[in-house]
Design a protein around this ligand. Structure first.
Ligand SMILES: [Zn+2]
Length: 115
């Protein structure tokens, strides 16, 4: 399962950072997940909770996931607009399809709350 390996990777990073900063325990991990990243939020939370017990510092951490919509920019006219997964959207300003993705496929840790 894709989400399980992501959860493992997140826990690795969190544990390492918590150690480095002399934390007693990790309370919360905030994650930003783009709509186009292909990550299932529920499945990621489930995987995270299932394996976090193996970690000394992150064993009781809560995973908070923030979904971010795709942002698309029109190359010819420079307009920014929101995109949706599975759709090719034309520019609302000039109706062109010559666009590029600005954000929406990210998967990043925003912050780690520690004790
Ligand atoms: Zn345009």
């Amino acid at each position: 399962m894709h989400e399980l390996s992501i959860a493992m990777e997140i826990l690795e990073i969190v544990e390492k950072e918590a150690l480095k900063h002399g934390a007693g325990a990790v309370r919360k991990v905030r994650l930003k997940v783009g709509d186009l990243s292909g990550v299932e939020t529920d499945s990621l939370t489930f995987s995270f909770d299932a394996i976090k017990g193996e970690k000394k510092l992150a064993g009781k951490a809560d995973l908070l996931i923030q979904r971010t919509p795709a942002r698309i920019r029109c190359k010819p006219c420079g307009a920014d607009f929101e995109g949706r997964s599975g759709f090719i959207v034309s520019c609302p300003e000039c109706e062109g399809f010559d666009t590029r993705l600005l954000a929406g496929d990210e998967l990043e840790i925003v912050d780690i709350e520690i004790d």
